[in-house]
Ligand binder design. Structure first.
Ligand SMILES: *Cc1c(COP(=O)(O)O)cnc(C)c1O
Length: 464
């Protein structure tokens, strides 16, 4: 299997090489050249498979033998062994034909564990084989950083540097990162906001001359193909559990960078009979505006109660645009160039095709609190603020009540206790394995928003 850039210029890469790369050299994102297909019979045969076995079936066509079947199975087994629920991704019912897919049973309590536990193990495997070492540099507003650190803390061939905006991530989120005391883990609290962190990481990828000879940067944000690939699995797992392929199924996805829901889109392209994919956003609603009224103009960032969805522009939407425009890299290159000086307008045809599968809805913070309180009142089930957006968006946009609606629960409520308290619900309790989080020793470095300073810190702390 080859992987190609959405902008059509960069050369195609193999599976292993695409995992070790960030953006393509032409500025695009990588996608598989062909989308694997599963027939109705193939999907029927997925019924009853444990999560790990299903994960192998879904991922194998992308890996295409570059990692042997035995090794891939072993990487998958180790990646999900750290989850605290035997189902890995359990379903819970919250309404008539309405389900919650709990994607927060991993070590850092957010869905990002699904991809980042896997990516850490996969990276170490590839690097061991190549006798190579790499440096991970990533920016986080919370959940990505802790999941990436947890995924890479035991990697022998990876030094990981995570930048978070100083004093602007929640205490639970900060402590999940800074209490991991390992030689290869480095937390940088940057004097700035999340955009400053992200810009610094982007500039570092563009010019990696600050790294020692032979090292390169690897991306852990959702431009990394491994993240999308690992996330496709739970759509199939949940779909089959509620009766696919005989029954259609719908999903509602709390959306920020469009990585999670793009995996759902791919599941649909691969053969899962998805009726509706709901893009659920907070007040940072560029995707909702795009789908509902073809307005894809960046607006100033607003800080919300669902901080992991606070984005101005969703990077993975480019992968979607690529498919909506006949997979023509030249069209996307032009579109992205034009978007620098303003917004993107979709053709009527592209928009119509997107609307066949996608619907969208946006909630503000007050509405989020209402939903948390209401669902708790009716079911005693506690939603985190991100998941609450997905649940309400599903209820508002649902086209066919006979089709099961699965709402992705992207975080555990204990990660966002402030919102839960504001909603008037009881304090969410951290799972047992994290109950001493507030007593653990923290370690992080506060640095000025100065790229030369950060680069010096990194090169000084990279291991031989
Ligand atoms: C990252 C994150 C999201 C957004 O996912 P995308 O793939 O960026 O769309 C939603 N909810 C939570 C809790 C997250 O951590």
């Amino acid at each position: 299997m080859k992987f190609i850039s959405t902008r059509g210029q960069a050369s195609a890469l193999s599976f292993e090489d695409v995992i070790l790369t960030g953006l393509a050299s032409d500025g695009g994102l990588y996608l598989p050249e062909v989308i694997p297909q599963f027939s109705t019979t193939d999907i029927e045969a997925m019924r009853g498979l444990p999560y790990n076995e299903l994960a192998f079936k879904i991922m194998a066509p992308f890996v295409d033998g570059e990692v042997s079947d035995v090794d891939l199975k072993d990487i998958i087994d180790r990646s999900y062994a750290t989850f605290r629920h035997d189902a890995i991704a359990p379903l819970v019912q919250t309404g008539h034909n309405e389900f919650i897919l709990e994607l927060f049973q991993g070590p850092t309590l957010a869905f990002k564990d699904f991809a980042l536990q896997f990516l850490g193990n996969l990276l170490d495997f590839i690097l061991e084989k190549r006798q190579q070492k790499v440096v991970i540099m990533g920016a986080t507003s919370g959940d990505t950083g802790s999941a990436a650190i947890e995924g890479c803390r035991h990697c022998k061939h990876v030094d990981i540097f995570i930048l978070h905006p100083h004093k602007r991530v929640s205490e639970v989120q900060r402590r999940q990162m800074t209490t991991v005391i390992e030689d290869n883990v480095h937390n940088i609290a940057l004097e700035g906001n999340f955009d400053d962190c992200q810009n610094m990481v982007k500039a570092s990828f563009a010019d990696q001359s600050f790294l020692p000879e032979g090292r390169q940067l690897v991306a852990v944000n959702s431009i990394n193909w491994a993240r999308i690939m690992a996330q496709i699995v739970y759509y199939f797992y949940a779909g089959v559990a509620v009766g696919s392929p005989a029954r259609k199924v719908s999903f509602s996805v709390p959306t920020g960078n469009f990585g999670d829901i793009f995996a759902g889109y791919l599941a649909s392209r691969m053969g899962l009979p998805i009726d509706q994919l709901v893009i659920a956003t907070n007040q940072n609603d560029i995707l909702h505006r795009c789908i509902s009224r073809n307005d894809h103009s960046p607006q100033p960032l607003e800080h919300s109660l669902s901080p992991s969805m606070d984005i101005m522009v969703s990077s993975n939407f480019e992968r979607m645009l690529f498919d909506l425009h006949g997979r023509d890299g030249n069209v996307i290159a032009k579109l992205m160039e034009a978007s620098k000086s303003g917004s993107i307008t979709l053709s009527d045809d592209a928009l119509a095709r997107a609307r066949e599968l996608f619907s969208s809805y946006r909630l503000n913070d007050d509405e989020v609190l209402e939903v948390i309180a209401q669902v708790y009142d009716r079911t005693e089930y506690l939603l985190d603020p991100h998941t609450a957006i997905g649940v309400q968006a599903a209820r508002k946009t649902r086209r066919n009540k006979a089709v099961p609606m699965i709402c992705l629960a992207t975080a555990h409520p204990a990660k966002f206790p402030e919102a839960i308290q504001k909603a008037g619900c009881h304090d969410p309790v951290l799972p047992h394995h994290m109950s001493d989080l507030f007593d653990r020793k923290e370690h992080y470095q506060v640095l000025d928003n100065d790229i030369a300073l950060v680069h010096r810190f990194i090169s000084k702390n990279i291991h031989e």
